[in-house]
Design a protein around this ligand. Sequence first.
Ligand SMILES: [Zn+2]
Length: 305
Amino acid sequence: MHQTRRQLLKTAFATTGIVLAAPALRLSAAPDIAGNEKLADDLYIVRVPGESAVVAHTGSDGVLLVDGGSAAGSAAVLKAVAALPNGSAKIHTLFNTHWHPEQTGSNEKLAMAGAAIIAQENTRLWLTQNITWPYHGEKFKKLPRIAQPNKTFYDKGTLDSGIRYGYIADAAHTDGDLYVYFPRQNVLAVGDAAYGEGWPFVDWWTGGWIGGIVGGLQRIQSVANKDTKIVPAHGPVLSYADITAQVDMYGTIYDRLVQMLNKGHSPTEGVEAKPAKEFEAKMGNPDEFIRRSFESLWAYLSPDA
Ligand SMILES: [Zn+2]
């Protein structure tokens, strides 16, 4: 299925002859505020400027991380983790919420020190090959074998500590997204399957799509409850109600884009129709998000695919 979907994407774009637009600004969140955010006595969000959020659990058996920062930021992230109360213990487990370099930059160092690197199997597969994004031509080298996830799963799992994890199979951001749920603290880390600020980056080249954003948010709600703190890789902590509002917003945009797709409109026409008009004041310029979302529909819904 993994291979098939990528094949479909490539075929769709080859046969429709789409000329991808010149590089545009990558959607990115505002710089994180430096410092750590305490969620519980043994659970923190480590925020290093310029890095995605890292969730650190400092248990009696050592430290568990959800995402590890970029390669360039790895040293600063690990230093910040070590400075947490009980944070200097051995890091025994690292989750990769997805394959992006902002998440996987500490893999090599931690694996060499003996950590389990847990990821959904599709994430491992992406990390075993070189990737060139069609959006801006950005290239990513496969990780060395030691840095690839060494404990993968397909559906879900539970650690001895009671911490649960599972596949966000809807493909909100990539086709390998995972969540990690800390039941005692009622905290749910979701990587980029939900954004805390700004429009999300829809990485359809590795499986993400706008329909998956809606489905992924609903799946997040099915794991969470009304009091759960939901921690995205970008932006502040979200509540259940925040996710509900996002389901409504992305559902509205999804419906509009599907209608345009069915009328044969192009991604550029989709952008020009301003299908996110009423959300722009709060969310910012949506053009890049709409273009990527429209392209993602092509990959998933086009009869040619
Ligand atoms: Zn990402």
